[in-house]
Design a protein around this ligand. Structure first.
Ligand SMILES: [Mn+2]
Length: 350
């Protein structure tokens, strides 16, 4: 869905038109940014600076949790600042990338209508009130949309930005294997020759904090399989990205069709849904699971959500997790009885 049409050049003109009279733009990622929104936001700052002479800054909210993403921003020196260090009063325009208003996963100041939205998630009702929105659900990565804007604006893409965009498409689509389109393929090939391979290798194989291994232990102990559905209760997590990261891992288990992972973070319950069924609608499933308890959404094979303040006390967290688990099992028609993924071995000969 989009209020823009046609060739990339025309879309770019419409984008510039929407910024008419604006003096300073803040480009914002979704909370706890992933490579797709980091690379896309960075690219958008370049596009706007080239196409229109105005000041553009780039910020994120939440934390950069995954080691890969931290390494990405460090090694490629992404000009990204925490939103908490940004004076919002200085901006008369906002742009959202890889997110939309009222999704619950961005920190756009309440009541603010952004001037620009570029995203590849299903289009929301409120997005239609945005002066310039370009939402293309068929794209596997927002970065592939930005590839077109960069070309239309004739921005010279350097190795750092190319590496970020390439990694964004690669990770978001799992090497073009998950929900990707021809446009993703085109962008992937275009950036590949420009990639800094040493940097890419460091990003993909970063040092892992010791706490990650404890999370691994919690994930395995906290997983039960119900037929072809695996449900994981991670308990308290050290960073919010881990919830999706373990869902990605658990869904790879032989015989599984769905993975549903929950973790407690900063008083909220975060959830993540993954499926390996290419024609499923994980976004709808997670919306039904969360219902009025919070916000949720996503794509066909990957989705997530949040139940705010559900983890303020352990009792409430347990109760909410039980409720959510019951709902997903019913929605997916999975057996209520589950089996622990790994049964701790009883020491023999004792
Ligand atoms: Mn994305």
């Amino acid at each position: 869905m989009s209020n823009t049409t046609g060739a990339p050049e025309r879309r770019l003109r419409q984008l510039v038109e929407a910024l008419k009279g604006k003096r300073r733009l803040l480009v914002l990622t979704h909370d706890n940014p992933d490579p797709d929104c980091i690379a896309s936001g960075w690219a958008l700052t370049r596009v706007v600076r080239k196409a229109r002479r105005m000041r553009v800054d780039f910020a994120y909210a939440g934390i950069i949790g995954r080691s890969e993403n931290r390494t990405l921003t460090d090694v490629l020196r992404v000009p990204l600042r925490p939103l908490s260090q940004v004076d919002l009063g200085k901006y008369d325009a906002f742009a959202l990338v890889d997110s939309q208003p009222e999704t619950g996963n961005n920190s756009l100041p309440k009541g603010t209508i952004p001037t620009l939205v570029i995203d590849h998630h299903p289009c929301r009702e409120l997005t239609r009130a945005v002066p310039f929105y370009d939402v293309r659900e068929e794209y596997g990565a927002t970065a592939s949309m930005l590839a077109e804007y960069l070309e239309a604006a004739q921005v010279k893409v350097d190795r750092r930005l190319a590496t970020a965009l390439f990694y964004a498409i690669k990770s978001e689509t799992q090497n073009l294997g998950r929900e990707s389109s021809r446009a993703d393929f085109r962008a992937f090939l275009r950036f590949f020759p420009l990639v800094d391979n040493l940097a890419l290798s460091r990003i993909e194989n970063p040092p892992i904090p010791r706490s990650y291994f404890a999370m691994f232990d919690q994930a395995i102990a906290g997983t039960e399989t119900h037929g072809r559905v695996a449900v994981t209760r991670l308990g308290t997590v050290s960073n919010p990205d881990i919830v999706a990261q373990f869902a990605d891992l658990i869904v790879r288990m032989e015989g599984m069709r769905w993975a549903f992972t929950m973790g407690r973070y900063a008083g909220d319950i975060l959830l993540s849904v993954r499926t390996n069924l290419p024609h499923a609608n994980a976004g709808r499933v997670v919306q039904k699971v969360v219902g009025r308890l919070g916000k949720a959404g996503g794509h066909g094979m990957m989705a997530g959500g949040k139940v705010p303040e559900a983890a303020l006390t352990p009792d409430r967290a347990r109760e909410t997790e039980r409720l959510l688990k019951g709902r997903i099992l019913r929605i997916l028609r999975a057996p209520a009885a589950g089996a622990q993924l790994v049964v701790p071995e009883v020491p023999s000969g004792a």
